[in-house]
Write a protein that binds this ligand. Structure first.
Ligand SMILES: [Zn+2]
Length: 505
């Protein structure tokens, strides 16, 4: 008995060990790997991944790299992971073409370092004599007028940013809170009314917290130009202009105005500039990131697993006093994008499936489902071969609630597959119509190609579309459960003989 018992135990142990080994060989969902993706995408440095921003580009590059690492084939344009498409029209800066010249000065002034068009600049060339015009403020409030007894007509005005005594608590002007006279829009209006040709704006030497950094040229801010061309210049540019015009250094001029609250406007004789802002109207480009996991080769059919990676970017909010606030979009939709990446990783470690699986991180969802719309009209696997689409949008705030799923209710076989996937993952769900029309699966459901769609969302919350949608609030366990369920469903859909067809409701 004893010996036999030991033998049985040994066999059992061997079986358990073999199971453990094969379980180890197959990757499983990993909270740390998942959160690493979420934290990267929802990091302040990515600036909220607004369409047309550098942070959005970095997110796309990152996603492509992750898809490549798990062995997906590039599914985008020309053998890349990227599918490019045009979005809205706005003013854009063509850095290659931009140039800045101070007449008589032999040196390069690189755009982005020594000068930049402000995003709300009026496009067009700038050319003409330069004059110094203090802060470019004209107000009756404090008897302060930089245009008093000064002819601005046709001139390019060099002015200081902000207002006199900025950050001084006892200031006549706004002090720590800027008054409207400090706004770019106000300065543009006054300068235009006084006939100025353009504004060159420099940060005052006494402002310690700007580090000489120039304002970012953001496509989202460029849609509504102010009244005239506006360029921000470095202190070095400003000092060069003042010196050639026989004026004292900028710090001295600033102090003089601050002390006396008397304007110091003056022509700079013989000083002129020629600037090509290279700001032109055109479409902002965005991109979908597409990776394909091949099937077993016996069918052309495919299923799509996707989620959007863009978010709102940097916005001016009601309480931000005009400055930009990053909307990180950790739940919306770093959570779903990271889910797509994790499903791709786990699936690629499993056995080969019958159908292809197309993983897509969509761009430009927040401005009107543009990425998925574009894909639906320019698919990389023909839509009549595309049998199902699973969409993950906001899967990071489950916190024990039922998962909200939207799917075609008359699709009986799909309902069965969902029940199976639910019990395989331990995730409870309910059918929800709340966001049924509001995310990327709609582009597939409305394609007229009989594509079954399932949209997973953990639900709305206080941080939805707020700057507070941060990675610290992600319910990792909930998200892993949702991924397990969507993975189980995707594997089933990629394997079954016949993918359930949606029917009209
Ligand atoms: Zn979303």
């Amino acid at each position: 008995m004893r010996i036999a018992g030991l033998a049985v135990a040994a066999v059992l142990l061997a079986v358990v060990a073999a199971q453990a080994e094969s379980a180890e060989a197959r990757p499983s969902f990993d909270p740390d790997a998942y959160m690493a993706h979420v934290r990267f995408l929802a990091n302040d440095e990515l600036g909220g991944r607004g369409t047309g921003s550098a942070g959005n580009d970095r997110a796309a590059e990152y996603i492509a790299e992750q898809l490549r690492l798990v062995g997906c084939q590039p599914g985008g344009d020309d053998g890349t992971f990227f599918q490019y498409f045009p979005t809205y029209e706005t003013n854009q800066l063509d850095r290659e073409a931009a140039s800045f010249e101070i007449e008589g000065v032999e040196r390069e002034w690189p755009v982005g370092t020594d000068w930049t068009p402000l995003p709300f600049t009026q496009p067009g060339p700038i050319e003409g004599p330069v004059a110094f015009a203090g802060y470019g403020i004209q107000t009756r409030d404090f008897g302060y007028n930089d245009y008093d007894d000064f002819d601005a007509d046709g001139k390019v005005l060099l002015i200081l940013r902000y207002e006199p005594q900025a950050r001084d608590r006892r200031a006549e002007f706004g002090g720590e809170k800027p008054s409207t006279h400090a706004y770019f829009a106000t300065k543009a209006r006054r300068a235009a009314r006084n006939g100025a040709a353009a504004l060159l704006i420099v940060d005052p030497p006494s402002c310690p917290d700007d580090d000489g950094e120039l304002y970012p040229f953001s496509a989202t801010l460029a849609a509504k130009p102010y009244d005239l061309p506006m360029v921000q210049v470095s202190r070095e540019v400003a000092e060069t202009l003042l010196k050639r015009g026989g004026q004292p250094p900028l710090a001295e001029l600033e102090q003089r105005i601050t002390r006396t609250l008397k304007p110091a406007s003056a022509d700079l004789p013989g000083v002129s500039v020629r600037i090509d802002q290279a700001v032109r109207t055109g479409p902002v480009m965005a991109r979908n990131v597409i990776g394909i996991m091949p099937g077993d080769g016996s069918t052309e059919e495919a299923i799509v697993v996707g989620g959007h990676y863009d978010h709102l970017g940097q916005l001016v909010t009601r309480d931000s006093q005009g400055s930009l606030v990053v909307h990180n979009g950790a739940d919306d939709n770093a959570s779903g994008t990271a889910g797509v990446l994790e499903i791709a990783r786990v699936m690629s470690g499993g056995p080969p499936l019958h159908r292809k699986v197309v993983f897509i991180a969509f761009g430009a969802e927040e401005i009107g489902l543009l990425g998925s719309n574009y894909y639906a009209s320019h698919p990389k696997v023909p839509l009549h071969y595309t049998r199902a689409m699973l969409n993950l949008d906001m899967i990071g705030h489950l916190y024990g609630r039922r998962l909200a799923l939207s799917y075609e209710p008359n699709n009986k076989d799909m309902r069965e597959l969902l029940r199976d996937a639910s019990s395989a993952s331990g995730i409870h769900y309910r059918r929800s119509l709340m966001f049924a029309g509001g995310s990327d699966h709609v582009s597939f459901a409305h394609s007229g190609c009989d594509i079954a769609t399932v949209f997973a969302c953990s639900g709305l919350h206080m941080q939805y579309h707020q700057p507070s949608d941060d990675w610290e609030l992600i319910d990792v366990d909930g998200a892993i459960g949702i991924m397990k369920m969507m993975h189980a469903l995707a594997v089933e859909l990629a394997t079954v003989e016949e993918v359930p067809r949606p029917e009209d409701e």
